[in-house]
Write a protein that binds this ligand. Structure first.
Ligand code: SF4
Length: 429
């Protein structure tokens, strides 16, 4: 997906008269040597490189290499704000400092050393963190510098080739911050761009880059239904004929809104479902959401031709083999168009991480395994093997239930295996 954060910062630098370049080594398939060559030719005064948790070790050694042969200011941009990890990044990468906050509008001052908000650095080996300042009015953001990225190379599996991303809001006020890192990164206060500002960017994408597919990367795109109606109205009025996808919660949807979204080109949505167990759902996973409401939204979506991608998790502390079976049954019954199942990861800084540390549930602090797929946290009820097995069986159940009557016998067999597994003693290893 396009590097949105870097594109915002780059746009600010260009607007303020600086020169800047974006290198997306993943999509360009650049090796480290290619990047070193570009840096040598370009001779920048500052280099900003992104560091994420599961790729932290590679990212840091790459930054360290840059520090060795470039005299530029080397800056690590990360969305992690947990102090011990910020310290680790600074030590391992030798970067001059880290940007962990929102620096879209003042990146020039940050590079120039006039501003330090939202940054962290080492002073005599001691970590100093300067408080973040969020962008309160998102309409002040510039349009991302899409002219500097290879737009035709970005792909989103649910929309296809030549898809770009947009962010129309930041922050998330929901209580699933117990396990979710999103509010840690963007705060609990929801901030949004006006529909007119959003439309300006869509028109820029369509008219200047001939891109017709957009993934809205907001945590809850439809949190304010009135705003979503207005965005859709503007897309329809301007006859933009785009195809788009978003992520939201079922308690932020209704039939009227979904009809309008479909009319405006929405192809489908990622829905945070997490579990099929009503008690876990309503008390831990998605407070405010019910399975009844999910059922209603599923039916409306089906009638409108909107595809639903369910986001599921296995391994929240209250889960048992029985509750995992509820998730399996839910998926087989509702048959969404696609699903994604992660194994619960206790992100550093969340309440879940603190609880899991205290209870000795975490197997390793090798951050490269904090990727949402590796089983790194067991619970009192479920072992590491249980989590992997449950994930596999739910995927299998989904795939068989989508194939219709032809797979009926295999689905029955899987159901039998699932029930037998529930009756077995917990494997504590
Ligand atoms: S899971 Fe979704 S709704 Fe809940 S806090 Fe995270 S981003 Fe917000």
């Amino acid at each position: 997906m396009p590097p949105l954060e870097l594109s915002y910062m780059t746009a600010t630098l260009l607007n303020k008269g600086h020169e800047a370049k974006i290198i997306d080594s993943d999509v360009e398939d650049y090796k480290n040597d290619d990047i070193y060559r570009i840096i040598k030719e370009y001779k920048p005064e500052a280099i900003i490189a992104t560091v994420s948790l599961p790729t932290i070790y590679n990212d840091c050694s790459f930054l360290q290499e840059i520090c060795h042969y470039s005299s530029a200011n080397v800056i690590a941009k990360t969305s992690i704000s947990y102090p011990p990890i910020l310290k680790e990044i600074l030590k391992k990468s030798s970067a001059d400092f880290c940007i962990y906050g929102e620096c879209d509008l003042n990146i020039d001052k940050i590079i120039g050393g006039e501003e330090r908000k939202g940054t962290a650095f080492l002073s005599n080996g001691k970590l100093e963190i300067v408080e973040n300042s969020i962008v309160a009015d998102l309409d002040k953001l510039p349009l991302p510098a899409r002219n500097l990225i290879p737009n035709e190379k970005y792909h989103y599996i649910l929309l296809g080739d030549k898809t770009t991303t947009m962010q129309t809001s930041r922050g998330c006020p929901y209580p699933c911050s117990y396990y979710c890192a999103y509010p840690l990164v963007q705060g609990k206060k929801w901030r949004s761009r006006s529909p007119e500002h959003v439309l300006r960017e869509i028109e820029d994408i369509v008219n200047n880059y001939q891109i017709k597919k957009i993934l809205f990367r907001d945590a809850t795109f439809t949190l304010n239904k009135k705003r979503t109606h207005k965005i859709c109205d503007l897309i329809i009025q301007k006859n933009l004929k785009i195809e788009w996808w978003c992520e939201t919660r079922v308690d932020c949807l209704d039939s009227k809104l979904m009809q309008k979204m479909r009319q405006a080109g929405c192809q489908g949505m990622n829905i945070g479902v997490e579990t099929g167990d009503p008690e876990i759902l309503e008390t831990q996973a998605k407070i405010g959401m019910t399975l009844e409401k999910l059922n209603v939204i599923r039916n409306i979506a089906q009638k409108l031709g909107l595809r639903l991608h369910f986001l599921l998790m296995v391994g929240l502390p209250k889960e048992t083999k029985k509750t995992l079976y509820e998730t399996y049954k839910l998926i087989c019954a509702l048959k969404p168009e696609s699903i994604g199942i992660t194994i619960v990861t206790p992100y550093p800084g969340t309440q879940l991480y603190t609880e899991a540390k205290e209870k000795g549930w975490i197997k390793t602090e090798d951050w490269s395994m904090f990727d949402g797929h590796s089983p790194i946290m067991r619970t009192d009820n479920l072992s590491f093997q249980d989590l992997v097995k449950a994930q596999r069986m739910i995927y299998r159940g989904f795939s068989l239930s989508c194939r219709g009557p032809i797979s009926w016998i295999r689905l029955r067999l899987l159901d039998y295996c699932f029930k037998r597994w529930i009756s077995q003693e917990r494997n504590t290893s």
